[in-house]
Design a protein around this ligand. Structure first.
Ligand SMILES: C[S@@+](CC[C@H](N)C(=O)[O-])C[C@H]1O[C@@H](n2cnc3c(N)ncnc32)[C@H](O)[C@@H]1O
Length: 264
C-alpha cells in the first residue's frame, strides 16, 4: 500500500471490509478520508442533522460556549468542513475578530456557506497535521468530529498546540462509545446497522463512509485515553464533558501561559 495515495478503484470504495478492520492503522488513511469527504460533501450537512436527530446544533453551541470567545480573539476551526462551526462562532457574542477555517477536502470547502457572517473569515485548504500557519496564531482552536480522522492523532494535537497562543482554549468535540453496557448495545446497533443503511441511502454514497463512521468511533480512543493525549500534547486543565448519554464528548484544554480565561 502506498502512503498517501488512493488507487482509482479505492476512490469508489474508500472503506472496504479489509480497511475497516483497523481504520486508524491504514497508512493511506488521510487519502481515504479526503476522498470520502469529497464524495459526501453535497449531502454532508443534512445527513448529519438527520443522523443526530437534530442534536448536532446544540453540541456545536456548547462547544462554542466552552471556548470563552473574546472580541479580540482569532478562532481557528480545524477540519472546518462546510463551515458549521465557523458559522456558529460568527453568531456568538462577543464575536471574535477573525475566524480561520482549515480543511483538506476541496469539495467540503466549496460546499461551505458563510451567508450573513458579519466577522472576518479566512478559509484555508490545508492538512491539519501540517498547518500553513505561524506558531501562536490562534486564541481559540476548535475541532469538531475531526481528530478521529487524523492519520496520527498525537501529531495533530501537537500541531494544534504549536499554532495556539499561550492561554489559548482548545475545544474538541468527538464521538465516543457510551460506558453503560445497555446504552452501548443500543448505540452500537444504531451505529453499526441503522446509520450506515439510512445515511448511505440518503447520501447515495458508495465509499463506505457511514460504515467507517461506526467503525472508527468503536476503535477510537476512550474518553480517558483521549484526555491523556491532550495532556501529553501539553494542554492543562483538561476536561471531558459527556453529552448525548456518553455518545459525544466535549474536550477542553488550555495552553499554559497567557491570560487566564476560566471556563463558564
Ligand atoms: C466529520 S467532518 C467535520 C466537519 C465540521 N467540523 C463539522 O463539524 O461539521 C470532518 C472533516 O475533517 C476534515 N479532515 C479530516 N482530516 C483532516 C486533515 N488531516 N486535515 C484537514 N482536514 C481534515 C475532512 O475533510 C472533513 O471535512
Amino acid at each position: 500500500m502506498k502512503r498517501g495515495t488512493l488507487k482509482p478503484h479505492s476512490r469508489r470504495q474508500a472503506w472496504d471490509n479489509d480497511a475497516l478492520r483497523d481504520p486508524h492503522a491504514q497508512l493511506d488513511k488521510a487519502a481515504r478520508i479526503e476522498a470520502m469527504f469529497d464524495a459526501i460533501a453535497p449531502t454532508y450537512e443534512w445527513v448529519n442533522t438527520v443522523a443526530s436527530f437534530g442534536r448536532d446544533a446544540q453540541w456545536r453551541r456548547r462547544t462554542v460556549a466552552a471556548a470563552d470567545v473574546r472580541p479580540e480573539d482569532v478562532v481557528l476551526d480545524v477540519c472546518c468542513g462546510t463551515g458549521d462551526m465557523v458559522r456558529a462562532f460568527a453568531q456568538t457574542k462577543p464575536t471574535p475578530r477573525l475566524i480561520i477555517g482549515l480543511d483538506f477536502s476541496t469539495r467540503m470547502l466549496k460546499r461551505g456557506h458563510f451567508n450573513g457572517v458579519q466577522t472576518q473569515v479566512r478559509v484555508i485548504r490545508g492538512d491539519a497535521l501540517r498547518m500553513p500557519l505561524a506558531p501562536e496564531t490562534a486564541d481559540v482552536i476548535s475541532c469538531v468530529f475531526g481528530v478521529r480522522n487524523f492519520r496520527d492523532l498525537q501529531a495533530g494535537l501537537a500541531e494544534m498546540y504549536r499554532v495556539a497562543r499561550p492561554g489559548a482554549r482548545v475545544v474538541i468535540l468527538e464521538f465516543a462509545t457510551p460506558g453503560n453496557r445497555a446504552l452501548r448495545w443500543v448505540y452500537q446497533v444504531y451505529c453499526d446497522h441503522m446509520l450506515p443503511l439510512a445515511a448511505g441511502v440518503l447520501s447515495r454514497e458508495r465509499m463506505g463512509a457511514y460504515r467507517y463512521l461506526a467503525r472508527s468511533i468503536r476503535t477510537f480512543e476512550t474518553t480517558l485515553t483521549m484526555t491523556r493525549r491532550l495532556e501529553d500534547a501539553g494542554l492543562r486543565d483538561v476536561t471531558a464533558r459527556r453529552m448525548n448519554l456518553g455518545g459525544v464528548v466535549l474536550y477542553r484544554g488550555v495552553k499554559p501561559g497567557g491570560q487566564e480565561v476560566a471556563e463558564q
